[in-house]
Each structure stands twice: as C-alpha cells, then as structure tokens.
Design a protein around this ligand. Structure first.
Ligand code: HEC
Length: 473
C-alpha cells in the first residue's frame, strides 16, 4: 500500500486547506440559547451547581492544577465566580473541548449537556444561592474506565528542568533512551505532570537511531536539560507520534491485542509546553509506558502522519520582500536546513497540487488541504491535529465529496493551547477507495510580524499536520 503520505514523515506535520469557503471564521463566541430548557425551580449551589462543577471543572480548577489560579473547590469561590462561570459555560468556552458537535463521537468528551448549562445559568442569574449542604449528591460518573497503566518503563529526567522566566510559554524537548534489550510493544501510556500548574501539553515522538547525533548536539546545549523547541523537536529526521497529553487527559490503553512497536535503538522525545502564568518551578514530569514483549503476537498499531501545504500570504496592507514566497522558503532553509527549504514544494507535489490551487488564498483566509486516497483497509482508533497560532480551523474528513462524509476531527475554532489526541467511541473502518481530506485555515492578520508563511517548526511558522492511530488489516 502506498502508505498515504508516509514519505512526508520527514517533517512531522501537515497542513490542509479547507475546500469550502463557508467556514465559520467568526471570532465572536456563540452564546448558547438556554432559555427554552427546563430547569429545577430555585436551583442551589449544593444541590445543583456543585455536582456539575465537581465532576467537570475541579480536575483543573483546584490547587496544583493548570487552572489553580481560579479554584472552584469551596462554595465561596464558586459563588463568587458565578457570573464568570455562567459566561464561560454558556459560551462553551469551558470546559475546554475543541471538537464540534458534528464530530464523530469521541471518548472523554468534556462538554456539558444543554441541561447542565441551563442549570448553571439559571443558578447564576438567581444570585447563586448556596442552599443546604445536606442536599449535595455527587454526580454519577460518566462510565469511563480510567484504566491503570502498568509502569513497565518510566521516562523521567535525571535532573529537573526550570523554564526560562522571560516568556509566558516555554516549549522544551527532552530525549530519552529506551533502555530495553529487545523490541517491545507499547500497549498503553500515562503522562504524570510534576508541576501540573504549568504543564499545558505534551507530545511524545519516536525517533530512530539517525536522530542520535542531532539529539546530542541539542540536548543540554544551554546548560539545562533538553532543548528549546516549539512546533516539533527540530531534529530534521523522521519521527512518528507515540502519543500526547493535555490537562485532564486520561491514561491511554490501546485496544486489546494491539500495540506500537518500539526498538532498543530508538529514542522517545517528549515535547513539553509549559505555561508560566501561575508557576515557574523545577519540573520532572514523567511518562509511564506499559509494554508487552514483541513475542506476543500483537497487531502493530501505526501512527500515520498526514501533511498538507502551507501557503499563507501577507495580510492586506502589508507588503515588502518578507511577503515573497521565495523569501519564506529561504528563511526556513536558513533556520532548519536545506530540506526545510524544499519542503513547501514537496508538499505541493505530494498532494498533486500546484501554487495555482492556492491562488485565492488571502492573508486573512488562507487554506491548505490535501486528499489522501486509501488503498488498503484500515481500522482507525484515534486522531490528532496540529497547527500553530495563526490557525483558525482544522478538519479531517472521510469522503468529503461523497454522500455520507464523516468528520473524524472537526475543530472549528483552533486553539494552540488545547491540542489533544482524540479517541473514537467506536473504531472506524476505512476501505480502499475511500478518501481522507485534511484541511486547515489560517489568518495571518493574527501575526505580530506578518510575512509569507510556509511550513516550519518555529513559533512564527505554520503546520497543518494530522495523525491517525490505526491498524492495517
Ligand atoms: C481541562 C482543564 C479545565 C477544565 C476541565 C475546566 N477548566 Fe476552566 N480553565 C482552565 C484553564 C487552563 C483556564 C485558564 C484560561 C485558559 O487557558 O483558557 C480556565 C479558565 C476558566 C475561567 C476563567 C477564570 C478567570 O477568572 O480567568 C472560568 C470562569 C472557568 N475556567 C470555568 C470553568 C468551568 C465552570 C468548568 C467546568 C464546567 C471548567 N472551567 C473546566 C482549565 C479547565
């Protein structure tokens, strides 16, 4: 099978442009109308709001967690914040959940139901009464089994890393040797943040021995463990995604009988995004891997990368040499090596496109897309998408031009701060003849220093990248 665009692996990510022009590019939040939803008379904190807040908010809004600055662990805190809570839930800003309701059903969906939102709104509008603590009943759990991951291999820094304190966000990569004596299958993983207040996301990449020299060059070069990295590890060599984590994410156990193969000569590179809004302390976050011997006849899970062209012109009113595509290619070649300079043209070729396909891109509405014809049956368990900060929306569709298109990942309002790995409630079968389309939309007017933007790993470069966690049959 001409495995999708496996050859694009080199630079880890891909960009797609949405084929439709009718995307919702509206920045205004969409306030949910809950006026028609029936809610109990005179809702109170203890009886009504508290079970929802405890089940859906305190995992992040409590001491030591990513939203510790706004704790919802006492009645006083919640009552005080009631108008703000209402605003955030009615506008579906909280709990954070990026995929749209049209997405295929995903596990660990954090969204509140319309009834829950209406209840919170009614309670806040009533002046957030406390009620009687004896009426409190914890919410029934949502039935997810939070599996235990057996710690067969634990990746942990020898020495803690302390983020630089000159920025609000710090992106840092750490490399780990695997210390296994034979190939193994990873059958599950769990990320254990050390300073959870600053761990905003983490992505785990698998590199082979060819990355060794680049790792040695980067690692510790500035006197601290690891190296600074933003859009990816920046090692100019092939990698695969092993997994990812965002606050509130659960331990991951792969479907029974499957695993991702790792070999002794490989490295795992962990990219950490630290958000330093409330804390900046030495961190030694850990990754726990559950392994099975490669002698077990497990089916090999693959993380299939998808990449699409990034062709983002300057926004209106900005002109000059920095708005030339050639200058953009030279810039990434200077920064990341000759391969990076050729990558924009290579992406166009791989997607059977030319620059003409992007003639209508404007700085404010630049699209990138790629179609991947499938030529062998696949069972897909999960997906992820990746863009940087100019991203507006991301979409991965199956058979977009067919009669029953499916939205594998639909993120109508891209937020770099909430990237995650998503798992389907039910695995998806993809058949030969099916077509996957990945599409991204960017807005270059969001840039502080606008110029023509092509694919690259830096903060001011962009990507349109996706992965499928799949089994080939
Ligand atoms: C997965 C973690 C997570 C969950 C779950 C979560 N939040 Fe948040 N929340 C955050 C983070 C992080 C922020 C800080 C702003 C940001 O990153 O968007 C925040 C900010 C807020 C704010 C703004 C606080 C301020 O004063 O700046 C409110 C209000 C809020 N959340 C309410 C809620 C409510 C209500 C729930 C549950 C229904 C909830 N959040 C669930 C992570 C979370």
């Amino acid at each position: 099978m001409r495995y999708l665009v496996l050859c694009l692996l080199i630079f880890i990510s891909s960009l797609t442009v949405l084929a439709h022009g009718d995307e919702d590019r509206d920045d205004d939040t969409e306030s949910l109308d809950v006026s028609g939803v029936a809610v109990p008379e005179a809702p109170t904190y203890h009886e009504h709001a508290r079970p929802i807040i405890e089940a859906s908010c305190v995992a992040c809004h409590s001491d030591g967690q990513i939203a510790a600055y706004a704790p919802f662990t006492s009645a006083e805190d919640v009552v005080w914040a009631a108008p703000d809570i209402k605003f955030h839930v009615v506008n579906r800003l909280m709990p954070p959940w990026m995929p749209s309701p049209a997405n295929l059903p995903l596990k660990y969906d954090r969204r509140l139901s319309t009834e829950e939102i209406a209840l919170i709104a009614a309670w806040a509008d009533d002046g957030a009464p406390l009620g009687d603590a004896r009426d409190y009943r914890p919410a029934a759990t949502d039935g997810f089994d939070f599996a235990e991951v057996r710690p067969d291999l634990v990746l942990e820094l020898d020495e803690a890393y302390t983020p630089a304190d000159d920025a609000l966000d710090d992106y840092r990569c750490f490399a780990f040797e695997l210390n296994i004596d034979a190939p193994r299958f990873v059958t599950g993983y769990e990320f254990l943040p050390d300073v959870a207040e600053m761990a905003h996301h983490s992505i785990f990449y698998l590199f082979d021995e060819r990355a060794e020299r680049a790792i040695a060059r980067h690692d510790g070069a500035d006197g601290q463990p690891g190296w600074s990295c933003y859009g990816g590890p920046g090692l100019s060599s092939e990698s695969a995604w092993l997994g990812g984590w965002a606050p509130g994410a659960s331990p991951v156990i792969f479907p029974a009988g499957t695993g991702i193969l790792i070999r002794p000569s490989q490295f795992i590179v962990v990219q950490m995004h630290y958000n330093l809004w409330t804390a900046n302390q030495p961190d030694r976050s850990r990754i726990v891997l559950q392994l099975a011997s490669a002698e077990n006849e497990l089916a090999e899970l693959m993380v299939i990368p998808l990449a699409a062209p990034v062709e983002i012109p300057c926004p209106a009113g900005v002109a000059g040499p920095q708005c030339e595509r050639g200058a953009a290619k030279e810039r990434v070649a200077d920064l990341y090596g000759a391969g990076a300079g050729h990558f924009p043209d290579r992406l166009l070729r791989e997607c059977n496109q030319s620059l003409n396909d992007y003639a209508e891109n404007s700085g404010e509405n630049a699209k990138g897309y790629c179609d991947y014809p499938i030529d062998g049956p696949l069972t897909v368990f999960g997906v992820s998408g990746h863009m940087h900060e100019l991203g507006r929306s991301f979409r991965l569709e199956l058979n977009p031009d067919g009669e029953a298109p499916l939205l594998l990942l639909d993120i109508p309002r891209w937020d770099f701060h909430w990237q995650d790995q998503y798992f389907f409630v039910e695995s998806l079968q993809i058949a030969p003849g099916d077509v996957l389309r990945m599409s991204c939309i960017w807005d270059n007017s969001l840039s502080d220093d606008p110029r023509y933007v092509v694919w690259g790993e830096g903060t001011s470069d962009e990507m349109c990248f996706g992965t499928l966690l799949a089994l080939k049959q």
